[in-house]
Design a protein around this ligand. Structure first.
Ligand code: C5P
Length: 220
């Protein structure tokens, strides 16, 4: 495969999605937001009234989960069945339950296989794939592997600025409880062997994008 794979992991609020999308656009690479797939399945379970406390209903829902995602960083979309759910999957009701959906082993193996299929379908050039387990599980052999972090304070500050009408302490509580839940399934707080850490605490958005682009240029 001639495709350059860039794997980026990091906690909630680290800016991975926007940084990865902007870096992909700069590099002329495709972009895969894996968190969007977990969110889309969580949204689908809510729409269908499926109980997300237990795993059985979620696992059964996989056979009817008709998911597609855009990998062009300039034409990003998320669809389930015929519905464009690009905006809906960011709703707080989805964020609240997504970790329960993502911890189900059948969900993880189904989506990991799907991500690998999407990566293999990128014709040439490269793809940036971002999430929580990309450097370790989805693409451990990626040419470039990055852990994008920032202090908890910086991450909460950025997330509160994004969400209007939500107070900072609620955001902080939700972010750290989601990270705590997700960390029980995969470790994205510590860089695995061979993974480069980019700490964006003191970097602005453009500097962070440049740090990613610079690492890719030095590796290919
Ligand atoms: O990145 P984002 O916050 O959109 O991810 C939503 C959720 O999807 C995470 O909180 C986590 O539960 C799950 N996720 C995952 N593995 C990934 C990406 C996301 O478990 N590779």
């Amino acid at each position: 495969m001639n495709t350059t794979v860039v794997a980026i992991d990091g906690p909630a609020g680290s800016g991975k999605s926007s940084v990865s999308k902007a870096a992909a656009a700069k590099l002329g690479f495709a972009y895969l937001d894996t968190g969007a797939a977990y969110r889309a399945l969580a949204w689908f379970c809510l729409e269908r009234g499926i109980d997300t406390v237990g795993a059985d209903g979620i696992t059964d829902a996989l056979s009817e989960f008709d998911f597609s995602i855009g990998t062009d960083p300039d034409a990003y979309f998320v669809r389930v069945g015929g519905d464009d759910v690009t905006g809906d999957i960011r709703e707080p009701r989805v964020t609240k339950i997504v970790s329960s959906v993502a911890r189900v082993p059948e969900v993880r193996s189904y989506l990991v296989a799907l991500f690998r299929k999407i990566m293999a379908g990128v014709p040439n050039g490269g793809i940036i794939v971002e999430g929580r387990d990309i450097t370790t599980v989805v693409a451990p052999d990626a040419r470039v592997r990055i852990l994008l972090t920032a202090t908890e304070e910086a991450r909460m500050g950025r997330r509160s600025a994004e969400l209007t009408g939500v107070d900072a302490s609620t955001t902080a509580r939700e972010l750290s409880s989601r990270d705590a839940q997700d960390s029980r399934v995969v470790d994205f707080m510590n860089a695995a062997d061979g993974v480069t850490t980019i700490d964006s605490t003191d970097l602005d958005f453009e500097q962070t994008v440049q740090a990613v682009v610079g690492l890719v240029h030095s590796a290919v």
